[in-house]
Structure formats: C-alpha cells, structure tokens
Design a protein around this ligand. Sequence first.
Ligand code: NI
Length: 171
Amino acid sequence: MVRKILKYGDPVLEQVTERVTEFDTPELRDLIAEMWETMYAAKGVGLAAPQIGFSKRLSVIDISVGADETKKIVIINPEILSSEGKQTGEEGCLSIPGFREPVTRAFKVTVRAQNEKGETVELDGEELLARAFQHEIDHLNGVLFINHLSALKRDLIRRKVKKLQKAGEWD
Ligand code: NI
C-alpha cells in the first residue's frame, strides 16, 4: 500500500526515532514493503520510516530509483562510522516538495546498520549514495535537509510553507 508522505510541519518528522528491536517479523516486512512502494510511487531515492508516520530507525535507499534491483538498500538502526571529504549539491526531500537547495555533505561515508534479518552490515557510499545515507540517517534523528541551510534560507522556506499551509496546499 502506498502511504501518505508526511510533510514538513508534522512533528513526527522532527522527533528522534526509536530503535528497531524485533526482526524478521511480518510487521517489519510489511513496513519495509510499504516504504518501497511509497518511495517508488513518489520517485524518490530514499525514504525514512518517520516520513510515513513510523518513528522507527529504518530507512530505504535506491539511488537507481527502481532501475537496478541490486541498488536497493535497507538500513535499520544505522550509524555513520566514518566520513571523508566534502561535496556540495542540490538536495530535496519528499517531505518538503518543491524546495531544493545546495547542501554540503561528506563525499564518502561508511555506515553500520542492520538488515531486515537483524544481521549487522557495513556499507560504503560515495557521491549520491553517501548523500542519501546522510540525508536518511538525519531523518532518523529528526533532522531535515533545511537544518543544514543558513538561518536566512531556512526561514524563507518556513514562511513559504506557512503560506502554502494557509492556502490548503500543504497537507
Ligand atoms: Ni528526506
């Protein structure tokens, strides 16, 4: 089932999520399946559980947007072990549609996470994949990409979103 993606302003998006402690359950499998469906329907490269209302440390990433099955990554209880270098590029978020801004991130990261079965995995990513890891792990800590912008830019986006909310165009 394709879920509704919560938009900026919903408090769930700015909460620190809870660790996943039960693996290989029908509930977890269903949640992951719904996250893939929802992400592909929205043509995103990543989706975090809080974006569909589950405050859990779980994200899915596919930088091929469905073109390459081997690029599908599920990260549960992830942490960034190391990061290297810098990259600056335009970033957006399915929860803040219509807004894209340059964000500086590490160029390369190594992530430790658990997979659907609860097995610990280590994953390396560069460029777009590194950006996706950082963006999706931020979500699990209640951090959105606009938190990386200057206060001025962030306030501008906040004001525009408030206008859209008032007009009933942001729900
Ligand atoms: Ni996002």
